[in-house]
Design a protein around this ligand. Structure first.
Ligand SMILES: Cc1cc2nc3c(=O)[nH]c(=O)nc-3n(C[C@H](O)[C@H](O)[C@H](O)COP(=O)(O)OP(=O)(O)OC[C@H]3O[C@@H](n4cnc5c(N)ncnc54)[C@H](O)[C@@H]3O)c2cc1C
Length: 367
């Protein structure tokens, strides 16, 4: 980065949302700088590391075009391909579903996105945070100011632009997880009930270890801390803990507007997580591509940035609305006593539960 250079676009945050935005901006010939406080980007790990395969994404988000162009997960970023998901009740009963999931090496996944963006022509400045944004200025923690016509907030759920320029709040669910050595499951497991009030716990198999964690809605936790829930669940599995992490997920869906003047938000910063299943990585990337194309159309052809929201709604509006409805329903059901939750998971409700988790219309008997 040359010190005095002014960019067409600055992206704050080089996670899935920010790097994807940078990839598609750079492909359109836009001069883009990504700034990330982390060095290297992607560390420390804060993730369950599950994404649907591209085939599964085509089913989950049928209006998203060119899925294979968007998701080019390299083999070295995939720890394990798992063909089945189990929804597990408090008594240990399992509803089994076909689901093609990729359990990632998330750090390698995010590094690969950075490489793709650099190859397309994006520049990166890492190890320095953006302290403040004002108009076209991004003020850095080292005192420098860098300018751009458009500044994109892709800094996650605590993004600086979202925090300082949007008053709308998201429901951020706290999450804790650990990587444990050993083999704990052959399927992707989601556990419901008092194990994780208002949320769910997960066990995802990796290579020789598992990613095990949970998220709760604190208002349903009856004063018990997330730490206690997490320890109880994680400690119920054998094996040495080789890593512990935590974070938060925005679970109330997308916010009502994605741009204000020359400022734009994307990914977790804009609430782009599907609340019914916690999918945020792929959804942030879908948002990143849409944002990039709208910004490029704005810079190159004078189109309004409102096109970003319109295109998001066209591609993801129905999926997000269904996911929010399912999350609302789940928030009521999954704080009922465990024996009721057990009764609710049965062969008759099985297809409906799956359709809710995968953001499809409930009014069909097809799984
Ligand atoms: C514990 C946990 C488990 C999860 N599990 C899954 C899962 O299994 N599958 C899934 O799909 N999703 C999962 N998610 C959600 C997923 O991780 C997020 O939705 C996704 O990372 C969003 O991408 P993003 O680019 O918007 O934000 P992030 O990935 O959070 O990236 C934001 C980047 O911005 C940088 N940044 C922030 N502020 C500044 C600043 N002021 N200056 C400079 N840099 C800044 C940060 O350093 C970071 O690199 C999980 C989340 C958590 C917390």
């Amino acid at each position: 980065m040359s010190p005095q250079k002014k960019y067409q676009v600055i992206v704050i945050g080089g996670g899935p949302a920010g790097s994807t935005t940078a990839i598609y901006l750079a492909k359109r010939g836009i001069e883009v700088l990504v700034i990330d406080g982390r060095d290297p980007i992607g560390t420390p790990l804060q993730c369950g590391e599950l994404v649907p395969s591209n085939q599964e994404m085509k089913r989950l988000c049928p209006k998203v075009p060119e899925v294979d162009d968007l998701f080019q997960t390299p083999e070295n970023a995939i720890c394990r391909k798992v063909p089945e998901m189990h929804l597990v009740t408090p008594s240990g009963k399992r509803l089994r579903y076909d689901f093609d999931g990729l359990v990632l090496d998330r750090v390698a996944h995010d590094e690969a996105l950075v490489e793709r963006a650099k190859e397309a022509g994006a520049e990166y400045l890492v190890g320095v945070r953006v302290k403040r944004v004002s108009g076209k200025d991004a003020v850095l923690s080292d005192g420098r100011t860098i300018q751009a016509d458009i500044i994109v907030g892709a800094g996650g759920h605590l993004d600086i632009i979202r925090r300082t320029m949007w008053s709308e709040k998201s429901l951020n669910i706290p999450v804790k997880f650990a990587i444990k050595e050993g083999t704990h499951t052959e399927a992707l497991e989601l556990h419901f009930g008092s194990v994780a009030p208002g949320g769910y716990a997960w066990v995802f198999p990796k290579d020789g270890c598992s990613n095990i964690g949970l998220g709760i809605q604190t208002r349903f936790a009856r004063g018990v801390s997330l730490n206690s829930y997490a320890e109880r669940f994680i400690d119920s599995y054998n094996g040495d803990t080789i890593y512990r992490g935590a974070g938060a997920l925005p679970m109330s869906g997308t916010i009502s507007s994605f741009s204000k003047g020359n400022h734009v938000v994307v990914g977790d910063a804009a609430g782009m997580v599907l609340p019914s299943n916690g999918a945020g990585i792929t959804i942030a990337m879908i948002g990143g591509r849409i944002a990039a194309n709208a910004i490029a159309d704005h810079i190159l052809d004078g189109k309004t940035l409102d096109e970003y929201e319109k295109e998001w709604k066209r591609q993801m509006g129905t999926v997000m609305a269904r996911s929010k409805r399912a999350f609302g329903l789940g928030s009521i059901l999954f704080r009922l006593p465990d024996w009721v939750v057990d009764l609710l998971f049965n062969p008759i409700t099985k297809p409906f539960i799956w359709r809710a988790v995968t953001c499809r219309s409930l009014f069909s008997l097809r799984v």
